[in-house]
Design a protein around this ligand. Structure first.
Ligand code: NAG
Ligand code: NAG
Ligand code: NAG
Length: 530
């Protein structure tokens, strides 16, 4: 079953435009966040101005009212210190009884323009005080971390009919999980001035994400010193490193590492790896593969689609490929049956392998229905500002698609050099951002950084089965595949993804197999490779 189209979202916007609650924007400067302010200001203005401000802030114990005014507009603390209580979720409709804390609500990122980002925070199932804080970002650009990450991938619950089922492989077994809908215009996040939606780019997103964190820590001060990890997938291959870079640059928080799954890192390499992946998985013919290599490749196709004109040659290659792949195979997991795997819309934005307008089915559809229930929105403290329905991927945001071409590989390098652990992982059944391109990029980066291999390419295990392959460089930069996993790896391989996540947080190498096990020794089901 298809989701209802959300064309009316844009019309609905005008109606509720002014219903943003003022309380998201209470003006309340916090002196402890001054470096935060300066960090954000840097992204807005010239380097020298920001630098002098940072120095100014460190050396001079007072500030002019004007300067403070400018900064607090950008990074104002949203409300009272104890406000995390107001965001506490008593219980989500249909949820089983749990003992961990859940919070949801808004954090203002621009007081003047009344722009606020929505978050859902699930504290760790046990001993939250001893576990790290993990921020999760979905991609798109324009898709929801709450709808995809939290309710379809690795959050504590998955919607099923009227109830929520407990997810046995929830990432909040290992960490305090913070899901952020970003940028404004995505999910429940909003800008009352809706002109904002017409011009959003990577820089603005990174700045707002940083402002979000600054102000979120004001609400949850007990997490300020906590080990912080930033994670995400797909287009978050841009969001995550770009946010991490700002945090490192301004020495904010206690950032330990980042992990990105099937990430867009380098436009040409990532997009062009699709042809080989599709061909090697038998989805396109030898002839069509040849055409991708001689007539028109995927990066050209993507570029032309973004500018709205496919040349005749490219159009022919593309449509031939689509016909061969057929509508009934999902590009985000070429081996899963369609209903289970189809088109998570974050990838639908990035990857129109299918030209149909399917948004999502099954799990994603359950989430769509669940998050659009009035009582669910109330329990989440969510409001629909300028839209009439919550959607998985934004129907109002016009992201600057040229930004897809910004390479983020070099940022990963800078992060590694400043001591931040970087894990890049790939669901190995994804044709949208295939492991082939990702592995090439990580390998190239390791060479550029002069990092030697510290864990040679090998299998890793979950229970007694191979869960994927991994290689580690200089104990800082890791690559791993997740076997049998889709673009949204934790959706289709939750156990394996949780093992990967846990090892990453703990700084442990991925589990090695027990090669002496009799099943392996007998080897009766294994191919003899030599
Ligand atoms: C609304 O946002 C646009 C684009 O960000 C900006 O140019 C404009 O000045 C804003 N309008 C108001 C009333 O603040
Ligand atoms: C893709 O096509 C463009 C334009 O012909 C070319 O410059 C580029 O090298 C090609 N990339 C690959 C990986 O074939
Ligand atoms: C990497 O390996 C080479 C060759 O074994 C060695 O000369 C070099 O010192 C190593 N570099 C690092 C950073 O360990």
């Amino acid at each position: 079953m298809r989701l209802p189209k959300t064309k009316d979202a844009r019309n609905g916007r005008a109606k509720s435009q002014n219903s943003a609650k003022r309380s998201d924007f209470t003006f309340r400067p916090k002196y402890s966040s001054l470096l935060c302010f300066a960090g954000i200001l840097f992204t807005l203005s010239s380097f020298s101005l920001a630098r002098s401000l940072v120095m100014h802030l460190q050396l001079v114990p007072w500030l002019t009212a004007a300067t403070l005014g400018v900064m607090t507009q950008i990074c104002s603390s949203s409300t009272l210190n104890t406000i995390s209580d107001a965001d506490k979720i008593v219980s989500l409709p249909g949820q089983p009884k749990v003992s961990f804390g859940q919070y949801a609500g808004y954090i203002a990122v621009d007081e003047k323009q009344q722009r606020a980002l929505f978050y859902y925070f699930a504290e760790a199932e046990a001993n939250p005080a001893s576990k790290p804080l993990v921020l999760w970002l979905n991609g798109g650009p324009g898709c929801s971390s709450v709808g995809v990450g939290a309710f379809s991938e690795h959050g504590p619950f998955k919607p099923s009919g009227d109830v929520l089922l407990k997810n046995d492989y929830s990432w909040n077994k290992e960490a305090n999980m913070l899901y952020l809908e970003s940028p404004a215009g995505v999910g429940f996040s909003y800008s009352v001035n809706n002109s904002y939606y017409n011009t959003v780019d990577d820089k603005m997103t990174a700045r707002d994400n940083l402002a979000f964190l600054c102000n979120w820590f004001e609400k949850f001060p007990e997490y300020k010193e906590r080990d912080l990890f930033i994670t995400g997938e797909s287009y978050a291959g841009h969001y995550v490193p770009q946010l991490a870079k700002l945090i490192v640059q301004f020495k904010l928080f206690n950032l330990k590492g980042i992990a990105i799954g099937n990430p867009l890192l380098e436009f040409n390499t990532d997009f062009n790896s699709r042809a080989e992946f599709l061909w090697s998985h038998g989805l396109i013919s030898d002839t069509t593969y040849e055409s991708f290599n001689t007539i028109c490749n995927f990066s050209q196709i993507q570029r032309q689609k973004q500018s709205g004109t496919l040349t005749h040659g490219c159009s022919h290659v593309f449509s031939t490929a689509l016909r061969e792949i057929s509508k009934f195979v999902d590009g985000y997991d070429v081996t899963l049956d369609v209903c289970l795997s189809t088109v998570f819309s974050q990838s639908a934005v990035l990857n129109k392998l299918q030209e149909t307008e399917t948004i999502d089915v099954c799990v994603q559809e359950e989430t769509y229905k669940y998050l659009n229930r009035k009582e669910v929105q109330e329990s989440l403290h969510a409001r629909l500002i300028g839209i009439s329905t919550w959607t998985t991927c934004s129907s109002v945001l016009k992201y600057e698609m040229q930004n897809l071409e910004i390479p983020t590989m070099s940022i990963l390098g800078e992060l590694v050099k400043s001591g931040i652990h970087v894990l890049v992982y790939s669901g190995d059944q994804d044709a949208a951002i295939p492991l082939l391109g990702t592995r090439t990029i990580v390998n190239k980066l390791a060479k550029q950084l002069g990092l030697n291999t510290t864990v040679p390419y090998r299998v890793w295990f979950e229970e007694r089965q191979v869960a994927g392959w991994t290689q580690v460089y200089g104990d800082m930069l890791s690559f791993a595949t997740i076997r049998g996993a889709s673009h949204e790896a934790p959706f289709s391989q939750p156990e394996r993804s949780l093992v990967l996540f846990s090892s990453f947080l703990g700084g442990r190498p991925l589990p090695e197999g027990l090669l002496s096990e009799s099943a392996v020794e007998n080897n009766h089901i294994n191919i003899k490779w030599s």
